[in-house]
Design a binder for this molecule. Structure first.
Ligand code: FES
Length: 305
C-alpha cells in the first residue's frame, strides 16, 4: 500500500535508505499519497468548476464574518478561517479552500499555498482524535521513535503499519484515530511526549501510548497531563479558530487546567531556594547604537585594514 522513499533519496538533507525516514527510522511517509489529489479535485482543476461550499452552513458563515471583523484586512483572518473549516470537515477540503477564498477575496491558489505550508492544516480527513508523537531529537532518543513505531503497528491493519497522517477507523467516526509524527512539541523536559488533539501526555512509553489509544478507541477521554480536558479534534479546531466554549463551567475547565510542569519550573524553583536573582537593569542603561555610530565603526574598521 505505502510507497516508501526510494533507496538513496535525500530528505531534509540526509541520505535515506529504502523504507526509512530521517526521523522515525521506519516505513511511514507515503509521499505519493500525501501529494495525490482526489478525482474530485482533479475534475475541479480541469474544469475550473468551483467546489460546492454548501457544507458550511449559516452558523459557519456567521462565524467567518465574526473572524473577518477582528482584523483590519480580511485576508489576515485566513489562518483562523482554515481552523474553522477544519472544525466542520476534519480537514481542509477543496470546498474549505473555496469557502475561505470566497470569503476573503483570495484566489484558491493563495489559500492552498497556506494550507500546504502548515502541518496543522490537514489535507486528508482526520479521525475523531489526532495523535501526534514527537520524534524530534530529544524525544526520539528517549523513546519517541519506539512509541511512534509501536503505534504504527498497533493501529495498522493486516500486518500493514499505519502511515503518516493515516487513520485507523473511518475518519470522523467515534474512536477513529489519525496518527502522525511531529517535530519538537516544546515539552523537551517531559519527553518523550505525545499529544492528542494538541493536549499533552508527558513522559510516555510504548506501553502507555498503546493504553492511551486503546482507551480512545473505546470512547474514553483519558485526562491529559496538562491543559484542557480531552475533547475531539473538531471541537479543538473550533477553539483554535478563536471560539472558546460559551458555557462558563466548560470554559473555566479549558483555561484553568494545570499548565506548567514541576520539571519546567525546577530551574526557577532552584533559583528561588538559593536566593539567586537576575542582575537588575541599570537605571540609565547604555544608549543603543545609532545609525551614525554604526557607520563610524564600519569606517574605522575599514581604516584599520
Ligand atoms: S524534542 Fe520532543 S518536545 Fe522537544
Amino acid at each position: 500500500m505505502n510507497q516508501p522513499l526510494s533507496t538513496g533519496a535525500t530528505y531534509g538533507g540526509s541520505s535515506v535508505g529504502a523504507g526509512e525516514t530521517h526521523v522515525a527510522g521506519g516505513p511511514d511517509l507515503d509521499v505519493a499519497a500525501a501529494s495525490a489529489v482526489s478525482q474530485g479535485e482533479t475534475d475541479r482543476l480541469v474544469t475550473g468548476t468551483p467546489a460546492d461550499v454548501s457544507v458550511f452552513g449559516p452558523d459557519i458563515v456567521a462565524k467567518s464574518a465574526d473572524l473577518i471583523a477582528r482584523y483590519p484586512e480580511s485576508r489576515s483572518a485566513l489562518l483562523p478561517m482554515l481552523h474553522l473549516v477544519q472544525s466542520v470537515e476534519g480537514y481542509v477540503s477543496q470546498a474549505g479552500v473555496q469557502f475561505c477564498a470566497d470569503r476573503l477575496t483570495l484566489s484558491n491558489a493563495e489559500v492552498s499555498a497556506v494550507v500546504t505550508f502548515y502541518t496543522m492544516y490537514k489535507r486528508k480527513p482526520c479521525g475523531e482524535h489526532l495523535v501526534s508523537v514527537c520524534t524530534n531529537t530529544l524525544c526520539a532518543v528517549l523513546g519517541g521513535d519506539a512509541i511512534y513505531r509501536t503505534l504504527q503497528e498497533h493501529l495498522g491493519e493486516d500486518g500493514e503499519p499505519l502511515g503518516q497522517e493515516e487513520t485507523s477507523g473511518r475518519p470522523g467516526e467515534p474512536g477513529s484515530i489519525t496518527l502522525e509524527h511531529a517535530e519538537c512539541l516544546a515539552a523537551c523536559d517531559l519527553g518523550p511526549v505525545l499529544q492528542v488533539n494538541y493536549e499533552y501526555y508527558d513522559n510516555q512509553t510504548p506501553e502507555s501510548a498503546v493504553e492511551l489509544v486503546e482507551a480512545l478507541g473505546r470512547g474514553e477521554k483519558p485526562a491529559p497531563t496538562r491543559g484542557a480536558p480531552l475533547t475531539d479534534l473538531r471541537s479543538v479546531e473550533l477553539e483554535l479558530a478563536g471560539f472558546l466554549p460559551e458555557d462558563e463551567a466548560t470554559y473555566r475547565s479549558h483555561v484553568d487546567g494545570p499548565s506548567a510542569a514541576v520539571e519546567t519550573l525546577r530551574g526557577a524553583q532552584l533559583a528561588a531556594d538559593r536566593g539567586w536573582t537576575a542582575p537588575t537593569m541599570p537605571e540609565n542603561p547604555p544608549a543603543l547604537p545609532t545609525d551614525e555610530s554604526l557607520a563610524g565603526s564600519r569606517i574605522s574598521g575599514g581604516e584599520k585594514k
